[in-house]
Design a protein around this ligand. Structure first.
Ligand code: ADE
Length: 307
């Protein structure tokens, strides 16, 4: 039987530390301590030989950072003028859990702590008479320099509506980084010289304009951290999310198998029989067909992106 797999190409862009990973297949998890792309390829081949055959459409091989081998902890520094807005979010839910488990560290920095202005101002009028205010170079430069003095950063990200569009592959890719900075834009934006000289990546979470970058930073941090291995209890769960394989999720149901709605108790809402059959292979097949049908109906554009 054919056994193939898809490896996200971002893996091979990173240097040695990025190759210390484990392979997470839909059916199994494999630990890898390889240090070169060749070794990774060899190990992937060894591993796939030993895995029981799965149907072509079910196999997906995703490579993530290895929390056990590398004791890896991802660090995200968020720079904002509204720390009170984003700080509570970083302490709750997935982000809070990841930090408690020692898999991530999220630090929120108040940009005003870095200004030399005695009134703690960080913004000023734009040259040329355009409307609105801009965050000045000085506090951003000072904050970034202070962080860079402590450690190396893989990316310095600016949240901007005119940036590249954030999506699941980008979240996966960023989850492999060790240290990243996310700068939340505010007012009419930031002095362009910071974008030219210090920012390595500009990211938008969608074609609409938010009042500030805090919500965008929260969205990014959440989706990046949740795919770090070990963050979500059920390791399968993050991998079966919609968009991981450019397919929407199939419908999901929980108990009871028969439900009588309140406004018409005579009526019965039933869970599809196949899910109660216990036949794992047939269930997988059904889930795949449903996922495909939902994707065709709701997001046909994703099918063009199939790997
Ligand atoms: N700041 C304002 N709007 C934004 C968007 N759509 N994405 C990221 N940052 C933003």
């Amino acid at each position: 039987m054919i056994l193939g797999f898809t490896i996200f190409t971002f893996l091979f862009d990173d240097k040695v530390r990025a190759f210390r990973r484990y392979i997470h297949m839909k059916v199994n998890i494999f630990h890898i301590s390889a240090v070169s792309p060749n070794e990774i390829f060899r190990l992937v081949l060894d591993v796939t030989k030993s895995v029981k055959a799965v149907k072509l459409k079910q196999k997906k091989c995703v490579i993530f950072a290895d929390k056990n081998n590398c004791k890896r902890k991802m660090r995200i520094d968020i720079i904002t003028v509204l720390p009170e807005l984003i700080e509570p979010f970083t302490q709750e839910s997935i982000l809070g859990r990841a930090q408690k488990k020692g898999l991530a560290e999220i630090h929120v920095h108040n940009l005003r702590d870095y200004t030399t202005d005695k009134h703690r101002r960080v913004d000023d009028y734009p040259f040329g008479g355009a409307a609105g205010m801009l965050i000045q170079c000085q506090p951003l430069d000072a904050c970034i320099a202070a962080l860079k003095a402590e450690r190396d950063y893989d990316e310095i990200i600016f949240t901007a509506p005119d940036g590249e569009k954030f999506d699941q592959p980008m979240a996966n890719e960023l989850s492999l980084k060790e240290n990243i900075i996310i700068i939340c834009g505010h007012y009419k934006g930031i002095d362009y010289r910071i974008r030219e000289h210090l920012i390595t990546r500009e990211i938008s979470i969608g074609d609409y304009v938010l009042t500030g970058g805090e919500l965008a930073a929260a969205v990014m941090a959440d989706s990046i951290v949740r795919v770090i291995p070990g963050v979500i209890g059920d390791v399968e769960s993050a991998l079966s999310d919609s968009f991981q394989d450019n397919l929407l999720e199939p419908p999901v149901y929980t108990r009871p198998a028969q439900y009588h709605p309140m406004d018409n108790p005579e009526e019965t809402w039933s869970v599809p029989e196949i899910l109660l059959s216990g036949h794992e292979a047939k269930i997988k097949e059904w889930e795949y067909e449903q996922a495909l049908a939902r994707t065709k109906a709701l997001r046909p554009d994703l099918l063009d992106k199939q790997l």
